[in-house]
Design a protein around this ligand. Structure first.
Ligand SMILES: *Cc1c(COP(=O)(O)O)cnc(C)c1O
Length: 220
């Protein structure tokens, strides 16, 4: 299957999943996750009309996106991987949305970088719903307080919450937990679901799905 055919098939599945979603899934944003793929692989997806892309590393994105963006200026770039505070300025200048705000130091660094660059990014707080040691994200029990601090102390525009369920578990309960925490925090957007589970995530109310291999093929 061509990359365009896979993109269309993912878009069809999203439409189908929306019809069985709980609540109002009137708009689900597809984020095409292009990490590890080169500009030559990303180009056909841009030509097919997709404009929203996700990357997990600041440095890798700096090496391929400025040029692609000059050809397709209406691209919206989402950072979905962990952010180090010393990369906050670079992240703010290249990205439009960051999904991985998960600690005070990052909140502070992003707030300073946005003020310096006079640029406002949309932000998601990452929640470690499976409480896995190796995974980034704020523990579920601290999520509501952290979102409030991001808003009140750091003046950040927190749009929603993001999670990556444990690899070997049924994702449904994690998606349900994220939705509950979003309600408790007063945020509306839910970034959840990847190639293997985005349809389930939409049924649980995802507003943003992050789909890589189902579009671009398997990564090395
Ligand atoms: C790589 C990645 C994805 C996409 O994963 P696929 O299984 O290839 O769809 C989604 N979210 C995050 C945070 C990722 O790092």
């Amino acid at each position: 299957m061509s990359i365009e055919a896979r993109l269309n098939s993912v878009m069809d599945s999203i439409e189908h999943a929306k019809s069985s979603a709980t609540g109002s899934a009137d708009h689900v944003q597809l984020i095409a996750v292009s990490k590890t793929f080169e500009a030559a692989n990303i180009h056909p997806v841009l030509t097919a009309g997709q404009r929203v892309f996700g990357e997990n590393r600041v440095q890798e994105s700096q090496s391929k996106w400025p040029e692609l963006k000059s050809e397709f200026p209406d691209v919206e770039l989402h950072l979905i991987g962990p952010l180090q505070s010393n990369k906050a300025e670079d992240a703010v200048s290249l990205f439009d949305v960051i999904h991985t705000v998960d600690r005070e130091k990052i909140a502070k660094a992003l707030s300073a970088a946005m003020e310096k660059q006079n640029k406002v990014l949309k932000l998601f707080v990452q929640v470690n719903t499976g409480e896995e040691d190796q995974k980034a994200g704020i523990p579920p029990k601290d999520a509501v307080e952290f979102v409030n601090r991001c808003r009140d102390v750091h003046r950040l525009d927190i749009e929603g919450l993001m999670c990556i369920p444990p690899f070997d578990e049924n994702p449904g309960p994690h998606f349900a937990l994220l939705r509950k925490l979003a309600q408790e925090s007063g945020v509306k957007k839910l970034s959840m679901g990847m190639s293997g589970d985005y349809e389930t995530a939409i049924e649980f109310g995802a507003t943003h799905v992050r789909v890589g291999s189902a579009i671009f093929g398997a990564r090395d």
